[in-house]
Write a protein that binds this ligand. Structure first.
Ligand code: ZN
Length: 178
């Protein structure tokens, strides 16, 4: 289908980038059959999977915070909804439209910050944004970002940087109000 073709064209540049260093934790998923998949293939797969996933993409009943984010350079629009209680993110979800990178990044972010304290989530948003802006993170810092570390190579694709950081800036703005 058309959407699939568009998606693979969009993610293709990621396959030509080599990670400077492997993550300590190697994801098992993506290694299918006996064909060896490189780390960048696994990451491309992971990003594609998240961009199609609807697990975190829905309205959130009882949301205590709602924050809209917009990236006019690509047309990405998200509404992030959070349930924050006692300084903790009890639940999170999003709705919106946008490119595969923006959608995948938002889904990965929600997986990461659900259950975390407001303080920890803001720290993770800082880390992620620094990574995408080209700062070299330590192994420990990359591990803190879990699957979202798969987006590291976006830092070498200036046109996609705003797509990747949109949801994280939106989260940070939302949590500042807490
Ligand atoms: Zn985008």
């Amino acid at each position: 289908p058309r959407a699939e073709r568009y998606l693979s064209r969009e993610l293709l540049p990621l396959q030509h980038e080599r990670r400077r260093r492997p993550l300590a934790r190697s994801p098992e998923r993506g290694q299918e059959g006996d064909a060896f998949m490189s780390l960048s293939d696994i990451y491309t797969e992971l990003i594609a999977e998240h961009s199609r996933s609807t697990e975190n993409k829905h309205e959130l009943a009882g949301a205590t915070i709602k924050e809209r984010g917009h990236n006019p350079s690509c047309g990405d629009e998200i509404t992030l909804e959070l349930i924050v209680e006692d300084g903790k993110i009890k639940d999170a979800a999003f709705t919106g439209v946008g490119c595969a990178i923006s959608q995948a990044s938002t889904s990965m972010m929600i997986d990461l910050v659900k259950g975390k304290s407001v303080e920890e989530a803001r720290h993770l948003a800082d880390l992620f944004i620094s990574m995408i802006k080209g700062k070299e993170l330590t192994e420990d810092e990359l591990e803190e970002l879990d699957e979202a570390a798969a987006l590291e190579n976006i830092s070498t694709m200036p046109a996609r940087v705003k797509c990747a950081v949109l949801s994280w800036h939106t989260l940070d703005t939302a949590l500042k109000k807490e």
